[in-house]
Design a protein around this ligand. Sequence first.
Ligand SMILES: Cc1cc2nc3c(=O)[nH]c(=O)nc-3n(C[C@H](O)[C@H](O)[C@H](O)COP(=O)(O)OP(=O)(O)OC[C@H]3O[C@@H](n4cnc5c(N)ncnc54)[C@H](O)[C@@H]3O)c2cc1C
Length: 308
Amino acid sequence: MEEKVYRRLLILGSGPAGLTAALYAARADLSPLVLTGMIPYGQASLTNIIENYPGFPQGIGGQELGQLFEQQAVQFGAEVIYEQAEAIDLSVRPFEVKTFSTTYQTDAIILALGASHRKLGVPGERELTGRGVSYCGTCDGWFFKDKDIHVVGGGDSALEEALFLTRFAKSVTIIHRRDELRAGAILQNRAKSHPKIRFIWNSVVKEILGSEKIDGLKIENVLTGEQTTVPSEGVFVFIGHDPNSQMLNGQIELHPDGTVKIDEHMMTSVPGVFAAGEIADSHFRQVVTSAGMGAAAAIQVTHYLGDL
Ligand SMILES: Cc1cc2nc3c(=O)[nH]c(=O)nc-3n(C[C@H](O)[C@H](O)[C@H](O)COP(=O)(O)OP(=O)(O)OC[C@H]3O[C@@H](n4cnc5c(N)ncnc54)[C@H](O)[C@@H]3O)c2cc1C
């Protein structure tokens, strides 16, 4: 028979928002249970170095920062379990969250489900994922030693990852659909002055070519419509993220971009369900802002549960 487990507070997600919420909730004696999902420590764990999280003047690895977040939350009584929420039922009280093995019942939930990388949606992408198409430089960069590779995107993540990939690749060409980058000035300067980095401006990828591995990319100039094929041995895609809110569709109010609507107290349209981090924020999207939202959500949950 399926196991049912009651916890006063469930936190879904173990990125900066979820683990900071866990720290605050643990310190408020709520004994929170965190379900990590498939990416323990969240997106931050996918990056080699984080240089803008305060308190680490030399920068800190994403995994390492996540481990410290977890250690601190657990030290005060949070429990962290490597499980994925497969269904959430907000129509019953207590709420129910189902994982592979267990149904959790809870009086309050903090949704810290974060966001997932966006795909190009072009022919060849799905077939060649893991055979030259990647969404994580830190995870896969090593496989591209001395290769000529491409990075798609023009934001902070794209440039950070392109710079990281120069450690392995012979050359890194950044394909960006505009003629200026969205990334911060420091990263832009580093990328533009790096001897291994080149740019293809005003262009989008239309197709990824190859069968067993990538041979090249078909790209289109968005100003002229001209299509060309460039040889490539790998492509890393960093073109943005979509909030992981699909499971909540129809149960909770969402913004048109899929982020969860929250009020000034971090509460969603369902009383008792709170949200923090990139699941509810498509604007700031930083470790520090997500962690801040996690702290705020946990403080509000403490008031909410205290009033029940
Ligand atoms: C390559 C890269 C580099 C970055 N570099 C920086 C940087 O230098 N500085 C900076 O400030 N920010 C950086 N960011 C952004 C930063 O990582 C995010 O803003 C931050 O991680 C968002 O935190 P979050 O907790 O809201 O969500 P996420 O980090 O997205 O975490 C979401 C969590 O939810 C879990 N989850 C998802 N679905 C389920 C489910 N069904 N059940 C249970 N759990 C689930 C996941 O496993 C994960 O643990 C970078 C992002 C990327 C991708």
